[in-house]
Design a binder for this molecule. Structure first.
Ligand SMILES: NC(=O)C1=CN([C@@H]2O[C@H](COP(=O)(O)OP(=O)(O)OC[C@H]3O[C@@H](n4cnc5c(N)ncnc54)[C@H](O)[C@@H]3O)[C@@H](O)[C@H]2O)C=CC1
Ligand SMILES: CC(=O)C(=O)O
Ligand SMILES: [Mg+2]
Length: 372
């Protein structure tokens, strides 16, 4: 198969879909790989590193989109990109379609077969291609929140760790999955007081055992959530209903009850955000203020630390990427976890949560792929 990787064009997105190490694996499987010139610059991988791995460098994204049988990316295609996709082509990347009707229309019109990293599953019920970026974003959320809490940045002026004789800051994490766990690890590491809310009791049990009393776990009712966020210096939004738009757990009416200068980091913004007042921001202009509360809502947080993130992402995407390149659509038919990743196929929506969120009729992957 001819596998292509364009340079990412989202705001301050420095990751790359294929690292040179991944290219070497595709080439070893007998595939040809084309890489847009400069695609790896953000991770310090120049064209020569890709050539050494066996890739051919092409001068622009248009050549990648025109020639490749399979496109490997990081972020959801931007309008100029979805216009270049075509029927019969495989797209393997993050999509986050539920809150994004415009992109969904673009992908449907293109006829492309699109596999979304964020809905590929594993045997343990996890999301293996989302997990590494959730680890990064969870850890980054505390760095971003701590920075936004500084007075000169519009925040309350609280040091999360406190100092001897002064209480630490209070961090509230809503959703105790991968993002939530890694946010809590960083926040406790800094010495903050940390509460995690989730609506999964098994998950709260696991977290309680892991932190051995160092964090407070709470079942997420509206009352518990209000009590916690009203006292919080930093709130991390980290809930997920796979494939679906995030539930709006912190409403506009709750904000006046919070401390002026408190910070809310909505990591779930890529699925539309779990705070009613969130809207997506970029690394160039990451925060805005509503009712005195600072909001940080960057939809591609891991893009800020591409050297860590691109490697972590490739570690997770390589396995299924090679299966797709080796077998094409047959890989999706054969493997139910990869099939869960199929969101769009030849003009049909094939993910139940996306279809429900955007009002499309669901075309089940088994039906469109004619899986027995
Ligand atoms: N902004 C960014 O750059 C990035 C965003 N993300 C996003 O972060 C979000 C969280 O991802 P993960 O931690 O990997 O998901 P996860 O599935 O590991 O964890 C989500 C948790 O939310 C809980 N939850 C669901 N509904 C809830 C509710 N109503 N109240 C309380 N808890 C609830 C679930 O029980 C689960 O424990 C996703 O939207 C993901 O796409 C991930 C990486 C980067
Ligand atoms: C998961 C996601 O949205 C990201 O890594 O950018
Ligand atoms: Mg988007």
């Amino acid at each position: 198969m001819l596998v292509g990787c364009p340079r990412e064009i989202k705001n301050h997105e420095y990751r790359v879909g294929l690292t040179p190490a991944s290219v070497r694996e595709y080439v070893a499987h007998g595939h040809q790989v084309i890489i847009e010139t400069g695609a790896g610059e953000g991770i310090g991988a120049g064209d020569d590193a890709y050539r050494a791995a066996g890739a051919t460098i092409v001068p622009d994204a248009a050549t990648v989109f025109a020639r490749a049988d399979m496109i490997v990316k990081v972020k959801e295609p931007q309008p100029s990109e979805w216009a270049q996709l075509r029927e019969g082509q495989l797209l393997y990347t993050y999509l986050h379609l539920a809150p994004d009707p415009e992109q969904t229309r673009g992908l449907l019109a293109s006829g492309v077969t699109a596999i979304a990293y964020e809905t590929v599953t594993d045997e343990r019920g996890g999301l293996p291609l989302l997990a590494p970026m959730s680890e990064v974003a969870g850890r980054l959320s505390i760095q971003a929140g701590a920075t936004a809490l500084q007075k000169a940045n519009g925040g309350l002026g609280v040091l999360l760790g406190g100092v001897p004789g002064v209480a630490p800051g209070k961090v509230v994490v809503i959703g105790g999955g991968v993002v939530g766990l890694h946010a809590a690890l960083m926040a406790t590491g800094l010495g903050a007081e940390v509460t995690i809310l989730d609506r999964s009791l098994p998950r709260l049990r696991t977290l309680d055992e892991l932190f051995r009393g160092r964090v407070k776990t709470l079942y997420s009712t509206t009352e518990a959530l209000e009590n916690e966020i009203f006292a919080a210096d930093l709130v991390i939004g980290a809930v997920l209903v796979p494939g679906a738009a995030a539930p709006k757990l912190v409403t506009r009416e709750m904000l006046p009850g919070m401390k002026a200068g408190a910070v809310m980091v909505d990591v779930a913004i890529d699925q539309g955000g779990c705070f009613e007042t969130s809207h997506a921001t970029t690394h160039s202009d990451p925060t805005f203020v509503v009712d005195g509360v600072v909001h940080y809502c960057v939809a591609n947080m891991p893009g800020a630390v591409p050297i860590t993130s691109a490697t972590a992402l490739n570690n997770a995407t390589l396995h299924y990427g090679l299966m797709l390149a080796d077998k094409g659509l047959a890989a999706v038919s054969e493997d139910r976890h990869l099939r869960n990743g199929l969101n769009i196929h030849r003009g049909r929506v094939t993910n139940a949560a996306v279809a429900a969120a955007l009002g499309y009729e669901l075309a089940a992957p088994e039906a469109v792929l004619k899986v027995a």
